[in-house]
Design a protein around this ligand. Structure first.
Ligand SMILES: Nc1nc2c(ncn2[C@@H]2O[C@H](COP(=O)(O)OP(=O)(O)OP(=O)(O)O)[C@@H](O)[C@H]2O)c(=O)[nH]1
Ligand SMILES: [Mg+2]
Length: 243
């Protein structure tokens, strides 16, 4: 889809906010190949004891309810129904683990800031989320999703602070770009970049995405692909190594 060319349509000002614009072609190709592999559901955990043992490197998707976490997991993997999505906030109630080609695990997290959720349920999800973020040794990067229409909200700030406190390496991914005009994207990207200035664990590059029209997905696949377990040597290379 439009992907990188759409990102180029942003003005020069916006481009200055998001260096580097074009990921290395080799990284793009590696990301494409990784996410072309089979993605499959591994486990759903409603409590810490139910989390699968950490093996492969993990990338988690966090953010407010309804921001598009499950949709982004699906779009990255080129599948529409891998993770369950909904118009109603509060769809994802467990930590959902997905394997991408046996090289990388994506973790779709329950959303926070869901106004209608019962207080007890919201508190339980928050505890689970915190436990995961604070203890998961294989967690390599957390994508913190922010709706491009709204920018960083008060409910996001405790999580920004939590990521810093736990030393969780995280990166902002703006979602639903298809719903926002370019000047508004610039404004929200500026506000987000300013917000990150005081957060040492935040990666400075902000990803701009749309699960609907595919914008930014190739670049995100390339970035996340760098965390995947290296491919095992193929049979040919193995026999060459043996001489
Ligand atoms: N236009 C547009 N809509 C999107 C996009 N991504 C997600 N949505 C819609 O936003 C709604 C919420 O998407 P989900 O992926 O379920 O959101 P979530 O963050 O997983 O929500 P919770 O599981 O409740 O925390 C659904 O109606 C999606 O179709 C996008 O890129 N563009
Ligand atoms: Mg969800």
């Amino acid at each position: 889809m439009g992907d990188l060319s759409s990102e180029r349509r942003l003005s020069a000002d916006a481009a200055a906010l998001f260096p580097p614009q074009d990921p290395d072609p080799a990284a793009l190709e590696a990301g494409r190949r990784l996410f072309a592999r089979e993605a499959r559901f591994l486990a759903a955990a409603a409590e810490p004891a139910a989390m699968p043992p950490g093996g492969l490197p993990e990338v988690a998707f966090a953010g407010r309810s309804n921001v598009g976490k499950s949709s982004l997991v699906n779009a990255l993997c080129g599948r529409s129904m891998l993770a369950r999505t909904s118009k109603e906030p509060g769809r994802t109630r467990t930590l959902n683990f997905f394997s991408v080609g046996g090289r990388l695990v994506l973790v779709d997290l329950p959303g926070y800031g869901h106004a209608e959720a019962a207080k007890s349920a919201a508190a339980r999800w928050n505890r689970l989320l915190r436990h995961y973020l604070e203890t998961r040794a294989v967690l390599r990067r957390t994508c913190l999703l922010i709706d491009a229409r709204h920018g960083v909200k008060e409910t996001d700030r405790p999580f920004l602070r939590l990521f810093d406190a736990c030393g969780v390496s995280y990166q902002i991914v703006l979602t639903k770009l298809d719903k926002v005009r370019a000047p508004e994207i610039e404004a929200v990207a500026r506000q987000t970049a300013a917000e990150l200035a005081g957060h040492p664990a935040a990666h400075p590059h902000i990803h701009l995405t749309s699960a609907r029209d595919g914008r930014g997905l190739a670049a995100l696949r390339a970035a996340l692909g760098s965390f995947a377990e290296a491919s095992p040597p193929c049979a040919l290379a193995r026999s060459a190594l043996r001489g």
